[in-house]
Design a protein around this ligand. Structure first.
Ligand code: C2E
Ligand code: MG
Ligand code: MG
Length: 715
């Protein structure tokens, strides 16, 4: 039978070599030979020798040395010593550890062949074993790799709560070395706040309870220097039959505990946190927003009720913020709000909540105070703090703040009433010159209620045509002719009677009602003028007062155009009165709009001139025709007084700018003469006629004119 194994026969005696070779070849082995030890090493290097029959005693290079060589090179060659060594027995121990077996010379061929066969069989078995082991090792390596490269932490916890296994991922996520964690209790990894959750997933339970348990909790990092990470924990109980240890553990012990994965969900949590933050915070100032403030206030009210303590709610509003925003731009405005909110936060105590309520409004909750004095201290501190200017891009900006305060329980017992009353108190400071604090009191509410009902009534008034226009003549005292009428709005209130525009125009401006009201005035004034034209009254213009909101409205010019066309009027029939402050707010846009009015032929007059802040150079840039001297200056012209110099200055200024001039509020003859002597020849005032309804104004027009003569006063 032909065998696959390669056998190397080594002997220094050629005859012995030959006989062994013959024996082996005869038994079907592949045989190579080496005459002596030296040659044996060469053969071993040239071939993969399975089995070597080795003589021990050889001159020069002994069998021992050959075995040294095999060991050094880690050659996988089985050695059978064939030797005539006399002290063989003594050496047999040594030999046994290096060789498979030994055979004494002269040998018995059957014994030798038998030994060779045994050796080769043993070798084959070992080989198969090795393959199995390799396969096992590879498989284990693969599993280990899969477990360790899992994006999740994979772990096992015994039934006492100690880690018995954990994969490599833990190192990356939490900084622990794997070995540190083995034997550690899960409690040492979780925060006290999460203890209950942790016990739910990690405590031992019956293996039959195979339902997975899920919770989300945080694990501490090893050094506590990284932020804790959030994990989604899944566990199932395990019961492993410890097959491998069966020999050591005779009763076939089972391993019970918890197997689980922990998925890092910190990023998701972070995203959730951001979304949550955005829902409850103002992103510009990073302060709590209105919703969060109300939440906290609600909670604080409930607590204060239970504990019986007092509470303060403040409403804070920056003074003149709109002006800063309009003149310096929104970017400055935003930055200022950020700086202000930082500054305000510096005035608070732990537990207070400062929120941005909207725009330039902030609210402050002091959930526990001893009384008004506590709140006063904080309010004063806030006002004092804002005395320091803020610096934005090298520019110093001063802002002041108005603070309204409502106390729990005396000023309100609900969230809404407290905020509302603090707001009302704040509003009262605004009316009183700003930059102060004020506690709420009941009387304020009445004033505010009146204001609110005024607003409500005004909306109704617009629908039910309760507004009327009166007209006041403007006279050219040289010719004695009426050159124009100023349209002045009044409110015919069903229960309060005639209300003056000074009492409702500012509310209309704040609420935006000025837009529909202003449009109504424009339409009404134009339709009246159109009637007059039909009655043959020409050469008289209509002057209309405008608010800034009207001019700023994008469709304003379109509206004027449309109304003129509908009434078959031209722009030359109209004059628009605006105040200086109106233009100051948004110069560029205002100039643009005024130009467009000019193109329509509409004349522009600066109303209440002298009370604003305009400088000469600035007036020169504006497309205006007329300056209307404020009646407070006209009022100063007195018979025996000598301080009419402001009127003189205004008149001089107007002639310098080559502008038309009109004086309003002229009440007596002396004023008429004084103004005329100074060169101001157009006048308006009670002396010539009070604002009167349309009918009376027409009568006035038709009976006239005669020069330099007092007109009948009407109304
Ligand atoms: P104004 O435009 O300066 O109007 C002149 C005001 O002075 C009118 O008050 C008029 O009645 C009053 N007046 C006229 N002659 C004399 C006088 O000899 N002596 C005194 N003491 N007062 C005189 P009125 O009608 O109460 O209007 C007040 C302000 O309301 C107006 O001031 C104007 O700014 C505003 N206004 C009136 N109508 C409108 C309107 O339709 N739209 C807008 N936006 N504002 C209006
Ligand atoms: Mg006016
Ligand atoms: Mg005026």
């Amino acid at each position: 039978m032909q065998r696959n194994e390669l056998v190397l026969v080594v002997d220094d005696q050629p005859r012995m070599l030959q006989s062994l070779q013959d024996l082996m070849v005869g038994s079907g082995y592949n045989v190579i030979t080496a005459l002596g030890g030296q040659q044996a090493t060469e053969r071993l290097l040239e071939h993969d020798v399975d089995l070597m029959l080795l003589d021990l005693k050889m001159p020069g290079f002994s069998g021992h040395q050959v075995m040294d060589f095999v060991e050094e090179r880690e050659l996988n060659t089985t050695v059978i010593v064939v030797s005539g060594e006399t002290c063989f027995d003594a050496m047999s121990q040594v030999l046994k550890s290096r060789a498979y077996d030994y055979i004494r010379k002269p040998y018995v061929p059957e014994d030798l062949l038998h030994t060779v066969e045994n050796a080769l069989n043993a070798r084959q078995l070992e080989c198969q074993n090795q393959v199995m082991n390799d396969r096992l090792a590879r498989s284990e390596k693969l599993h280990r790799y899969l477990v360790n490269s899992s994006p999740d932490i994979v772990y096992m916890i015994d039934n006492k709560g100690y880690f018995t296994f954990v994969n490599d991922r833990i190192a990356e996520l939490l900084g622990y070395v794997k070995e540190e964690l083995i034997g550690m209790h899960y409690r040492d990894l979780v925060f006290i706040a999460d203890a209950e959750q942790a016990s739910y997933v990690f405590s031992p339970r019956a293996a039959a309870d195979t339902s997975p348990r899920n919770v989300e909790l945080r694990f501490k990092s090893r050094d506590g220097d990284r932020p804790p990470r959030f994990f989604e924990i899944k566990t199932i109980p395990i019961e492993l039959q410890a097959d491998d240890e069966a020999e050591t553990d005779s009763d076939g012990a089972t391993e019970v505990g918890i197997y689980g994965v922990a998925r890092d969900i910190s990023d998701r949590k972070e995203a959730e946190r951001t979304i949550n933050f955005q829902a409850y915070h103002d992103l510009l100032t990073r302060l709590p927003n209105r919703a969060l403030f109300k939440d906290r206030l609600n909670l604080a009210v409930a607590q204060a009720k239970r504990a019986g303590h007092q509470m303060a709610v403040m409403f804070l509003d920056l003074d003149r913020f709109k002006l800063i925003n309009d003149t310096l731009g929104h970017i400055y405005g935003d930055e200022l709000l950020q700086l202000v909110s930082q500054s305000l936060q510096g005035c608070l105590r732990d537990g207070d909540t400062l929120a941005r309520f909207g725009g330039d409004e902030f609210t402050l909750l002091m959930p526990e105070v001893d009384g008004k004095d506590d709140a006063t201290v904080v309010a004063k501190k806030i006002i004092e703090r804002l005395r320091q200017p803020f610096t934005i891009e090298g520019q110093e900006i001063y802002v002041t703040i108005s603070v309204g305060i409502a106390m729990y329980p005396q000023d309100g017992s609900s969230m809404d009433s407290l905020v509302k009353n603090a707001d009302i108190a704040m509003y009262h400071i605004k009316g009183r010159g700003k930059n102060d604090y004020q506690f709420y009191c009941r009387e304020m509410n009445e004033a505010t209620m009146q204001r609110l009902s005024l607003e409500r009534d005004m909306r109704k008034a617009l629908e039910s045509e309760q507004f009327v226009l009166h007209f006041q003549p403007q006279i050219d005292v040289i010719s004695g002719r009426i050159v124009a009428f100023e349209a002045l709005v009044r409110w015919q209130h069903p229960s309060f009677g005639m209300i003056s525009p000074t009492d409702f125009i500012s509310v209309a401006e704040e609420t935006g009602l000025i837009l529909p009201l202003g449009e109504w005035v424009l339409r009404k004034a134009c339709s009246v003028l159109s009637n007059w034209r039909e009655q043959g009254i020409h050469d008289v213009r209509m002057a209309i007062n405008l608010s800034s909101m009207q001019i700023e409205h994008k469709n304003f010019i379109g509206l004027v155009h449309e109304v003129l066309r509908e009434n078959r009027l031209s722009g030359h029939d109209l004059e628009m009165e605006i105040t200086e402050n109106l233009i100051m707010q948004d110069m560029e846009n205002s100039i643009k709009k005024l130009m467009q009015l000019n193109e329509l032929g509409v004349q522009i007059a600066i109303d209440d001139f002298g009370t604003g802040y305009s400088s000469l150079s600035y007036l020169q840039k504006l497309p205006i025709h007329t300056l209307k001297i404020d009646r407070s200056f006209v009022n100063e012209i007195e018979k025996d007084g000598d301080d009419a110099c402001i009127v003189d200055a205004v008149i001089a200024m107007a002639s310098g700018l080559r502008l038309n001039l009109i004086a309003e509020g002229v009440e007596d003859e002396y004023q008429v003469e004084y103004l005329r002597d100074k060169g101001c020849c157009e006048m308006q005032g009670f002396y010539f006629g009070k604002p009167a309804p349309e009918k009376e104004s027409v009568a006035l027009l038709l009976n006239l004119p005669f020069a330099d003569q007092r007109l009948p006063s009407v109304g």
